[in-house]
Design a protein around this ligand. Structure first.
Ligand code: DLL
Length: 433
């Protein structure tokens, strides 16, 4: 099923014309109604009249997270506050939170985007969808909530935490789809095992997972453990929230609602556009968001874009899985390390749990690279020799794939923090002055 066939299957040329029209409108709106954009465009010598098609987008300056922080809380709004009917916020890892505001039309568009994703996951009005993303200022809970209502399915607004109760609800209500972070889904699977809840006693068939990077290996693991199809949903607060894009039944790339959120990929260093299929930083322009338009917003997420028509029939551009962030990539002894690489390797080993914590430090001018991992209880043993062997295999696999040798520290089962939201997977203790 396709929620909005006209848009989702629109010929590419027609889509570019539509995007051009919308870009002209939103740039004029931003210039005329937001002091921030007026100053910025004036500084770059850009006027709304300079934009005549979507190709002109490269003339526009970028917007970055700092801009939102500097204009905290409402300085980036492009409508009077009386037209803003909802705010959300994201704390990020450091500093002041960023705040975003939505008009009624913005919320409608956002729900439309989420409705497209849910439909492409195979959900419809007959489904019961348990939302175990956080409600509140985080966009996950309410964002999914409105999308589920839009397709006429039943919302189970569970929120995060209280895992045993979540499982009970899933069983009592015959929940057919679960929406949460992939790490929370793994944790739920672990709890089901612990409490001897047979997975087939549940009615789950679909997972709606996002808000943090996860790998194909993680997908397989979750699908096997929960007997579901696990779909990727992507989004970020600045651009609306969840549903900027989502996979289809082909599970081969995240279709972006590009009539609403125009994506580009740029080289994170030179900021030049890169060719189709090439990896770089994802940049979004919101083409139909009026409360707080985002023009060429640098997401810091690293991925690729594929413009080929999908086997599902949709023509909308597909982004690859997020490979990491240009700002959470660790550079250890000169080598780029992404936490997702470690996750993927751990999942190749039956002995290890997929939970880990990377710690990086600098001692005597040399970077240390330690990874704490858990051995599954059935492989955990007092026999030092056996543990050493398991450790050696992991060390050499990581060295081969990533290019540097880690110090593997095996910790007791269940000691690495399980997360019900986004998991923290790396700590960098180095001080860079
Ligand atoms: O995490 C919105 C969301 C909620 C998306 C629920 C999906 C489901 P933020 O808190 O602003 O918003 O974080 C956005 O999370 O820039 C990515 O780095 C990461 N992220 C989000 N979805 C995915 C995904 C929400 N599917 C940041 N895969 C983004 C990988 C993701 N990373």
């Amino acid at each position: 099923m396709i929620w909005n066939r006209e848009i989702e299957c629109m010929p590419r040329e027609k889509m570019r014309v539509l995007q051009g029209e919308k870009l002209k409108r939103i740039v004029a709106h931003a210039y005329n109604n937001s002091l921030f954009y007026r100053r910025k465009f004036d500084e770059y010598g850009i006027r709304p009249e300079d934009i005549s098609s979507i190709d002109d987008i490269v003339k526009l300056p970028f917007t970055v997270k700092h801009d939102l922080r500097d204009n905290y809380p409402f300085g980036m709004m492009a409508v009077p506050m009386s037209d803003i009917i909802r705010i959300h916020a994201s704390s990020g890892t450091t500093g002041k939170p960023i705040v975003v505001g939505y008009t009624e039309k913005d919320l409608e568009n956002w729900s439309e985007a989420v409705a497209r994703c849910l439909t492409s996951f195979g959900l419809d009005s007959s489904d019961l969808i348990q939302i175990a993303y956080g409600y509140g200022l985080f966009t996950g809970g309410l964002g999914l909530h409105y999308g589920v209502q839009r397709i006429g399915a039943t919302v189970i607004p569970a929120g995060t935490g209280n895992t045993v109760k979540q499982l009970q609800m899933m069983s009592d209500f015959s929940t057919s789809a679960l929406a949460c972070t992939p790490s929370y889904a793994m944790y739920m699977a672990e709890k089901m095992n612990k409490y001897d809840i047979p997975v087939d006693s549940l009615s789950l068939r679909i997972g709606i997972f996002g808000a943090e990077p996860w790998t194909e290996n993680m997908r397989r693991e979750i699908q096997d453990k929960l007997h579901i199809k696990a779909y990727d949903i992507y989004g970020l607060t600045e651009i609306s929230g969840p549903g900027v894009g989502g996979e289809c039944e082909c599970q081969n790339g995240i279709h972006i609602s590009e009539d609403l959120f125009y994506p580009e990929i740029v080289d994170p260093v030179t900021l030049e556009s890169v060719g189709p299929g090439q990896r770089g930083e994802l940049v979004f322009t919101t083409l139909d968001k009026w409360g707080m338009p985002m023009i060429r917003y640098r997401t810091r997420d690293l991925t690729t874009l594929n413009y080929e028509t999908c086997e599902c029939g949709r023509t909308t551009v597909r982004m690859g899985k997020i490979l990491g962030r240009s700002d959470d990539m660790l550079i250890v002894r000169g080598v780029n390390v992404f936490p997702s690489q470690v996750e993927s390797i751990l999942l190749e080993f039956p002995e290890y749990e997929p939970y880990f914590l990377i710690e990086v430090d600098r001692i005597n001018n040399t970077d240390t690279f330690q990874i704490q991992v858990e051995v599954k209880p059935e492989f955990y043993t007092d026999k030092i020799n056996q543990l050493v062997r398991i450790k050696e295999r992991l060390t050499s696999r990581i060295q081969n794939v990533i290019g540097i040798q880690p110090e593997i520290k095996i910790v007791q089962p269940n000691t690495i923090e399980r997360s019900t939201g986004k998991s923290k997977r790396a700590i960098d203790h180095r001080k860079f002055e």
